[in-house]
Design a protein around this ligand. Structure first.
Ligand SMILES: [Cu+2]
Length: 256
C-alpha cells in the first residue's frame, strides 16, 4: 500500500540512508490526511441527506446528544500524537544528534552566494586552511589565508560542483556569503538554511550513485531560480580520480 501512495505522490528518487524514515513520515501523514478527507466528505453527504428539508421542516435547536464527535476528535489527536512522538521526533533526534566523526566522513564546506554554491574540501591532511575576514578581496572573496600550511592541500572545485563517494557519511558545514539561502537536495531528503555568519553542520549518507540537482530553497534575489548546483555521488574509485584531478596544483591558490 505504501509503495502505491509513494508513487502517487511522485516522491523524488531516494538516495540517502535516513531518507526512508522521512518518506515513511510523509506517507503516514498522507494516510492520516486521506482518512480525514474521506471522513469529512462522508459526513458532509450524510448531513446533507440526514437533515434534508422534506424530513426536517422545523429546525432542531438541541442538536446532537451523543459524544461521538468528541471521541473521534480525541482519536485523531491521538494518531497525530503518535506520529509526532514516535516517528517525527525520534527521526529528527537521530538526524541532528548523531554526527559521524570527521575521520569516517567526507567533510565539505559549502558557502552559498547569490546565485551559486562554493565547495571546499580539506585535502589529504583532513584540515581546512584558515579563513579570515581580513584576507577577503576581489580575487579571494571567501577570505582564505593563503600562507596557512593547512590550506595548501585544500581543494576548491569549480562553482556549483560537489562530489561525494557513495556509502560514506557526508558532513557539510554550511554558510552564506551574502543573504539567507537554503541548501536543498531532494534525493538526500536534506534541506538546511544557509545563514551569513553561521556555520551550520548537516550530515547524511548517500547510498545511490548518480548526478543530482542541488537547489536553493530560499527566495534569495532575482537570480534565485538559477541557483542550482551539480551534486555527484560517485563510486569510491571515481571519487578518488576526481579528487586527484582537482588536487593538482594545490587548492589554496585557486579562488574560483
Ligand atoms: Cu539562494
Amino acid at each position: 500500500m505504501n509503495q502505491y501512495l509513494s508513487r502517487f505522490l511522485s516522491l523524488p528518487v531516494l538516495a540517502s540512508e535516513h531518507g526512508k524514515g522521512v518518506d515513511s513520515l510523509i506517507i503516514y501523514v498522507h494516510w492520516l490526511m486521506i482518512s480525514l478527507f474521506v471522513g469529512w466528505i462522508a459526513y458532509f453527504f450524510y448531513a446533507i441527506y440526514r437533515f434534508r428539508k422534506s424530513k426536517n421542516p422545523k429546525a432542531d435547536y438541541v442538536g446532537s446528544k451523543t459524544h461521538a464527535s468528541t471521541y473521534i476528535e480525541v482519536a485523531v489527536a491521538g494518531v497525530e500524537a503518535v506520529l509526532l512522538l514516535f516517528v517525527a521526533i525520534p527521526l529528527w533526534a537521530k538526524k541532528v544528534d548523531k554526527f559521524p566523526s570527521a575521520s569516517e566522513a567526507t567533510v565539505i564546506r559549502v558557502t552559498a552566494e547569490q546565485f551559486s554554491w562554493n565547495s571546499r574540501y580539506p585535502g589529504a591532511d583532513g584540515v581546512f586552511g584558515a579563513q579570515d575576514i581580513k584576507a577577503v578581496s576581489g580575487s579571494n572573496p571567501l577570505g582564505y589565508v593563503v600562507n596557512d600550511p593547512a590550506g595548501k592541500d585544500d581543494v576548491t572545485p569549480p562553482m556549483k560542483e560537489i562530489h561525494v563517494p557513495v556509502n560514506k557519511p557526508v558532513v557539510i558545514y554550511l554558510t552564506s556569503k551574502d543573504v539567507i539561502h537554503s541548501f536543498q537536495l531532494d534525493p538526500m531528503r536534506i534541506t538546511q538554511d544557509a545563514i551569513p555568519g553561521m556555520k551550520i553542520p548537516l550530515h547524511f549518507t548517500p547510498i545511490r550513485v548518480g548526478h543530482y540537482q542541488l537547489q536553493c530553497a530560499q527566495l534569495c534575489g532575482n537570480g534565485h531560480s538559477t541557483m542550482d548546483g551539480n551534486f555527484y555521488v560517485d563510486t569510491a574509485e571515481d571519487y578518488s580520480k576526481w579528487m586527484a584531478e582537482k588536487s593538482k596544483g594545490g587548492g589554496a591558490t585557486t579562488f574560483e
